[in-house]
Design a binder for this molecule. Structure first.
Ligand code: ADP
Length: 401
């Protein structure tokens, strides 16, 4: 090989070489000799073991190479401090040095500066270690999270059981209170004075309110446990809305509110659970009445929904309205707007949460439009049944995943 090319390679790859005789004394050096610690003057004639003390105790191996019994010997990660305090990483390869006849006359030692590679390797090893540490930490966090989740699920189950048991326990005596008050109000146990009548009406209203709250609590636990079953059947939605409206007549009359019902002729039947659909429309109508002042206007409209194969029911009022800030939280459990809390209207903030869950169980949607001080309109959709409402019903069930 051209000497200039050889020199270039040695420079470029930061390689120095030294040739030693049988006694391991340096007889020739070349390449980037600085790699060998100092200049060539101090290297020539010196013992290799002085220059590379890492070879001490490897003399037997070197002797084997000299004897032609071993082809090569390699030392990795030899390090040296430069005068500037920098650490260099070197590799040393020792090979037999032969004359023209092939006789081994000594050893040739190739020393390469691999600091750059070493640094990259070190960084890589460090990054790998850090990654491993992070993975360990992540695995630990995951375990802790899983344990915390299990604990939360357990507490949630206890809470649901507690709520469910408490609501059931409250419901039975409440039903009998309500029943007996009704008998008293019907004067089946004798005549009542005006004061007695008024007092009993208050008891009846309170008992009903408590019953609604316990029923709502039971519904929430059922919804969350995925235990709501729908009995879907083709239903005349207009007839159902009229029934619900009739039930609310006394409540609307107390507040002198006017209810208008709009529906085109010949709407197809909806596929819904009658009891749950009545609950949905009842909740919306109850809210419209509760959050609309005396003398307000409420309008229920039935139309084919924009989405094909759905009917839309809307309940509009000209009441309090809902601020933009509150609108985002309206379907959250236990959420009540501040303006609602300032009114005499009772509620636990569960109605819309339950309503939304029930609408979605039917495969429909719920949304609203509202302007504070002007009123609100709530929209719900129900799927259209593919059979007439008069056809015999069949039982379908749907439960939340
Ligand atoms: P509740 O009526 O028992 O408080 P809901 O879940 O039915 O609970 O409603 C949540 C809240 O949404 C109400 O407390 C009220 O602040 C607001 N809201 C619901 N419907 C209306 C409405 N038609 N007009 C104004 N605010 C409403």
């Amino acid at each position: 090989m051209d000497a200039a090319i050889a020199h270039l390679i040695l420079q470029n790859r930061k390689i120095a070489y030294a040739i030693t005789d049988h006694d391991l004394n340096v007889v020739e050096v070349g390449g980037v000799v600085a790699v060998f610690h100092g200049g060539d003057k101090t290297i020539l004639g010196r013992s290799l073991l002085d220059l590379v003390p890492e070879l001490v105790s490897s003399e037997a191996v070197l002797a084997d190479i000299l004897a032609g019994e071993l082809p090569r010997f390699e030392l990795a990660w030899v390090n040296r401090q430069t005068v500037k305090g920098q650490t260099l990483y070197l590799t040393l390869v020792t090979l037999p040095h032969r004359d023209r006849t092939g006789q081994i006359t000594g050893l040739i030692h190739l020393m390469q500066d691999v600091t750059e590679m070493g640094t990259i390797d070190q960084q890589l090893a460090q990054s790998r270690n850090e990654l491993r540490l992070l993975q360990d930490r992540l695995a630990r966090h995951n375990l802790e999270l899983a344990a915390a989740n299990a604990e939360l699920r357990y507490l949630d189950e206890i809470k649901s059981t507690f709520v469910s048991v408490a609501a059931h326990e409250l419901r039975t005596p409440l039903t009998s209170i309500s029943g007996y008050v009704e008998i008293l109000l019907d004067k089946e146990f004798g005549p009542l004075t005006d004061d007695q009548h008024k007092a009993l009406e208050i008891v009846q209203r309170s008992a009903r309110r408590l019953l609604t709250t316990t029923d709502n609590l039971l519904d929430v636990t059922r919804i969350e446990a995925g235990r709501v079953e729908l009995v879907l059947q083709p239903t005349d939605l207009l007839a159902l809305v009229e029934t619900v409206a009739a039930e609310f007549k006394p409540q609307l009359e107390t507040k002198a509110q006017r209810l208008t019902l709009r529906a085109p002729h010949g709407l197809p039947p909806a596929l819904c659970d009658e009891t749950r659909a009545a609950q949905i429309i009842g909740n919306l109508l109850s809210n419209a009445s509760k959050y609309t002042p005396q003398g307000g206007l409420i309008t229920i409209s039935l139309v084919p929904a924009e989405e094909e194969s759905f009917l839309q029911v809307s309940v509009a009022d000209n009441g309090l309205g809902i601020s933009a800030e509150d609108q985002a939280k309206l379907f959250d459990r236990f959420f009540r707007t501040e303006s609602a809390q300032l009114t005499a209207a009772n509620g636990a903030g569960l109605g819309l949460y339950i309503t939304r869950s029930l609408v979605e169980l039917h495969g429909g949607c719920i949304w609203f439009e509202s302007e504070p001080g002007k009123g609100s309109t709530f929209f719900v959709t129900f799927p259209i049944a593919d059979r007439p409402a008069t056809a015999s019903s069949s039982k379908h069930s749907a439960s939340r995943p």
